[in-house]
Design a protein around this ligand. Structure first.
Ligand SMILES: C[S@@+](CC[C@H](N)C(=O)[O-])C[C@H]1O[C@@H](n2cnc3c(N)ncnc32)[C@H](O)[C@@H]1O
Length: 228
């Protein structure tokens, strides 16, 4: 079986997942800024490791419906609006509604784009964050995406990523992906594999970040902070 992952198909599946019926409503709550405490329980502590300031130009890669961008923008009056990209046009549309609801429409910029082709000039950002996205990239796409992150970061810029940790406890995720309709061929990697890929992409320093406990799914996550 091929281990390629079709990025557009993942985006379409997310779009369908978030749009339809009662399940869509649950997903929209869980992935909203209101649901951060459930799906991204220790996000404040993880984000703190990137030491984001008001002067930082921030990109959220795979921003979903804008939960982290909203949380960041509520806390910090950024000089330049933070930017979110996601491969799913449906999720970006929902993110626009979420921003409007939060009164932050003018303070965040959203774009549809795949992680492998970021529509920004070199050195455009000081910080890139990405939460629970890397598993959706096959090896080739991950390599390209990390190179893209290096490219759009200024020298010295930071890349903070977190994802499910590859462990026996993460096995049920694959069953739930099958039953919930998310394309099953997502790929979890261990910390060393990710750290090596980041180094190969051009990051000079890669360090683990303590994550703490996540409520849902109740499986461990891992986080890395890399510096360009
Ligand atoms: C599990 S959700 C995480 C959303 C948000 N970052 C969070 O932590 O709540 C994964 C997100 O990654 C996006 N995504 C998946 N593959 C992508 C790709 N190749 N390029 C950009 N976004 C992608 C999906 O559309 C979805 O919004």
């Amino acid at each position: 079986m091929s281990d390629r992952i079709d990025q557009q198909a993942v985006g379409e599946r997310y779009g369908a997942w978030f749009s339809r019926g009662p399940r869509g409503a649950v997903m929209r709550y869980l992935f909203s800024s209101r649901g951060l405490w459930i799906l991204n329980t220790p996000y404040r502590r993880i984000l703190a490791s990137a030491r984001i300031t008001a002067a930082d130009r921030v990109l959220d890669l795979g921003c979903g419906i804008g939960n982290i961008l909203i949380a960041l923008s509520r806390r910090t009056s950024f000089t330049a609006p933070p930017v979110g990209v996601d491969v799913s046009p449906v999720l970006i549309e929902i993110a626009r509604r979420e921003l409007s609801r939060a009164g932050l429409s003018d303070q965040v910029q959203l774009l549809v784009a795949p992680a492998t082709q970021l529509p920004f000039p070199d050195g455009r950002f000081d910080v890139v964050v990405t939460s629970h996205v890397i598993k959706h990239l096959d090896d080739q796409a991950m390599t390209t995406a990390f190179s893209e992150v290096v490219r759009v970061l200024r020298p010295g810029g930071r890349f903070l990523m977190w994802e499910f940790k590859k462990s026996p406890m993460s096995v049920p995720l694959f069953w739930s992906a099958r039953t919930s309709g998310l394309p099953p061929p997502f790929k979890l990697r261990d910390r060393d594999t990710l750290a090596q890929a980041l180094t190969r992409a051009g990051f000079s320093q890669v360090a683990p970040v303590p994550t703490g406990i996540f409520l849902l799914p109740p499986v461990p996550r891992m986080a890395l902070l890399a510096q360009r």
